[in-house]
Design a protein around this ligand. Structure first.
Ligand SMILES: Cc1cc2nc3c(=O)[nH]c(=O)nc-3n(C[C@H](O)[C@H](O)[C@H](O)COP(=O)(O)OP(=O)(O)OC[C@H]3O[C@@H](n4cnc5c(N)ncnc54)[C@H](O)[C@@H]3O)c2cc1C
Length: 455
């Protein structure tokens, strides 16, 4: 009897679940190992503390998710997710209020992160060759002795009812995908089996979040949502107020360069009052809170360069935050996780074209190289702002990057006066159009004009 082809995914948050969605079409059996036990309802869980904070899904991510799970957006709407067109979102940009426009069909669908994951898990539960094993912590990679390959993973499972009841298990795998997020132990695990750990680049703008859920009132007037971004290098504070499912407002305050928003009620309101626009404070000062204030600080940009390792296992793929994590204020993480899943699928197809028997020789390196290329633009987007804060730590941008940053400053200024520039900028931010769009002569003329406005 022929042995089943088996893929194991470490971590069952968004990157892991999306990888699972593509792997079920390519492997006889796919197993996701998740450390947590999932809650039955769409509520936060310990393994992804960020789920309590604002999660915006960029339009590119929305399109990929809809491809992977047809009808997902309607389903989110059925579960109460509000749909916002761009006209109902007020954006206070680094240069002031941006013009409003309505580029249908690019509506934003707002939801709590917990709802999105719950709906996706529901969908995945219908797939018969996918097994999600909860309460399992992967503790290491198992190496083959005769080839540069992984033979599986070691896992420590705990009992749902009795956490002292522990059992160790080794799982065989033809492909291992690490989607365990920033806490990924793969660098250490690789060392244990004779590989080098990947070099890392870290750029930290010391950004903090503080979030609270409120019952809505009529204070947002004609807008459904407000987003007031920080502006490097000196405007460290920003905030957002968005509706989410269950007729609730999610209010997030953010501070860069260690200007962390506080967790106590009075200081939280004071921080909101100090924002460059009054609307968020006005909306919440008398609103009824529905939650406590929660904070989050582990927001550094961290890139692990697996693509640079000369010796790397053929059948190991690292996706999501485990390979590249961004400062979340740019809202890129979930969309990049979706793009990672797409690339995983494409690379496996190419490998299959080359080796129809399913051989994975050279796959791991090629995949990580492709992924590193994909991450270049979102990385540049995040670090170009972050590296401008005086207290930022980590590699400083080179001359080329600094010139791009200067140019983007001009584009951002032009956004305020020109609806076409604003639209192009928003489309680039949403990854619908490539950044080159912003260098088109039509935009460049308007951006460069800002130099004369300035002088
Ligand atoms: C404050 C904040 C706000 C954000 N806002 C946005 C936003 O607006 N838009 C956006 O697109 N993205 C946002 N993100 C990013 C987004 O949350 C992540 O990119 C997204 O969750 C994908 O991450 P991931 O699946 O790679 O890792 P994670 O979400 O970190 O999940 C890792 C999973 O692996 C499990 N795990 C860890 N170790 C093990 C192990 N050894 N064995 C088994 N399981 C393990 C964990 O329990 C967890 O379930 C935000 C992030 C933060 C921190």
């Amino acid at each position: 009897m022929q042995r089943e082809n088996h893929a194991v995914i470490i971590g069952g948050s968004l990157a892991g679940l999306l990888a699972a969605r593509v792997l079920v079409n390519r492997f006889d059996r796919v197993t996701v190992i998740e450390r947590d036990f999932y809650p039955e309802k769409p509520v936060p869980r310990p393994g992804i503390p960020q789920a309590r904070h604002l999660h915006i899904l960029l339009n590119k991510g929305k399109i990929i998710l809809e491809k992977l799970f047809p009808g997902l957006h309607d389903e989110l709407i059925t579960f109460g997710s509000p749909r916002l067109d761009q006209k109902s979102i007020a954006w206070f940009s680094p240069a002031g209020w941006a013009p409003l426009f309505s580029p249908d069909p690019d509506d934003l669908i707002m939801f709590s992160r917990s709802l999105l994951d719950w709906v996706i898990r529901r969908r995945l539960s219908e797939i018969t060759n996918l097994h999600i094993r909860e309460g399992g912590t992967v503790t290491g990679l198992l190496a083959k002795t005769d080839r540069p390959q992984i033979s599986g993973v070691s896992v420590r499972f705990r009992d749902r009812e009795d956490s002292s009841n522990i059992r160790e298990e080794n799982l065989d795998a033809d492909l291992v995908v690490d989607a365990s997020g920033k806490v990924s132990q793969t660098p250490k695990w690789l060392q244990k089996i004779g590989y080098l750990p990947p070099p890392e680049t870290v750029i930290n703008a010391f950004v903090g979040y503080a979030t609270r859920i409120y019952e809505p009132n009529d204070r947002l007037l004609d807008k459904s949502a407000i987003f007031a971004g920080s502006a490097a290098p000196f405007r460290t504070r920003g905030g957002a107020i968005f509706p989410i499912e269950g007729n609730r407002w999610l209010v997030g305050l953010g501070g860069c360069d260690r200007d962390y928003p506080p967790a106590d009620e009075t200081s939280f309101l004071e921080f909101a009052r100090s924002l460059p626009i009054p609307m968020i404070y006005d909306a919440i000062k008398d609103a009824k809170p529905l939650s406590s204030i929660v904070c989050y600080r582990g927001t550094e940009n961290r890139m692990r360069h697996y693509d640079r390792l000369s010796k790397y296992p053929d059948n190991l793929a690292i996706v999501g935050h485990a390979v590249c994590a961004f400062n979340p204020i740019y809202g890129q993480g979930m969309t990049v996780a979706a793009m990672d899943a797409q690339i995983l699928d494409e690379c496996l197809q190419k490998q299959r074209d080359r080796y129809p028997e399913g051989d994975l020789t050279g796959f791991g390196r090629q995949f990580q190289k492709k992924l590193a290329k994909l991450h270049e633009i979102p990385w540049m987007f995040a670090i170009s702002q972050d590296s401008r804060y005086p207290g930022s730590q980590g590699a400083k941008p080179d001359l080329g990057t600094r010139l791009v940053i200067e140019y983007m400053e001009l584009v951002l200024k032009a956004v305020v006066d020109d609806i076409k520039v604003c639209q192009a900028f928003v489309e680039v931010v949403h990854m619908i159009k490539p950044p080159a769009t912003l260098f088109h002569p039509r935009i460049a003329v308007k951006a460069i004009k800002q130099l004369t406005v300035d002088s």
